[in-house]
Design a protein around this ligand. Sequence first.
Ligand code: SF4
Length: 322
Amino acid sequence: MDLATKAYLISVGTVELQDSAPQGAASTAGPSAGEGSVFFSSGERTVRLTLAPSPLKLLREGNEHVIVERGRVVARGHLVEPLLHCPGQAYITVSESCIYDCRFCAVPKLMGPTKSKERVIEMVRRAAMTGRLKAISLTSGVEISPEHEVERIADIAQALRTFGVPIGISVCPTERSNEILRSAGAIEVKYNLETLDPDIFQTVCPGLSFEGIKISLADAVGVFGRNSVFTNVIVGLGESDRVLLQGIDELTEMGVMPVLRAVYPHPLRLADLEMRRPSPGRILRLAEHLRRALDRNCLRGDAPQTMCYPCTGCDLIPHRDL
Ligand code: SF4
């Protein structure tokens, strides 16, 4: 799968299983919560596609899987079995509910359960038994308050240190989240800005503070170091390329590594917001800009050990895909 093909597959974002293809696993994390997906790997690249009605069809051909569109083979490869949510990682959503109501996110609509510490430990123990566990990533909605959530996740992370693999954490930041999560053993953090346009942020993330998250990200670089602090940036919420390019420059100058994520228009959110999946050309241009920005600031996309940079399923990752 060449770079342009991966950009195209990300742009479509979905695939439909034909008869003999296996079932995918359902995600409990983030905007696409509740949807099944598959990881398709071809050559050096991997892409995650949501199982949904799609112009792309996934079929088995001998030992291979092929993605076909209107009779034309788009890519040949094989499916990769996720460990927990993604390949090689136990990526676990602890609280599947949220007091906030970010307009693109399915979690507040689904209001799922909160996993106990014992349940998370058991999930990781089972993942470790496969011999494929390379990292633990924890994420969480906000069940009661951001402070309460950080304490809960820190307590769980502390208990997971015994597995001896890197731990990354993505939560809503608080004044003390950096020191609390670092003391608990996390080596990487992700605090999601979601959009780089402050005006759009106000509309899509009511109740959250754009500036507050940026301050936490800047502090996090001081606590966790370079190549260790990330923020999800959704592409397709109506933001301009100019705002995105400037924002990418600003974040990377701070030492923060953006994860450029094509918006997923979840069926539960279609009435709340206009969301447009970016074109392959836009995905490529933004990823190339991000790669140059990382290079200028001596940041490496192949250095992170947890969460989305090593996974590469949903995005074009500099220094891994391009
Ligand atoms: S890139 Fe991130 S969100 Fe996407 S599948 Fe991988 S770990 Fe999950």
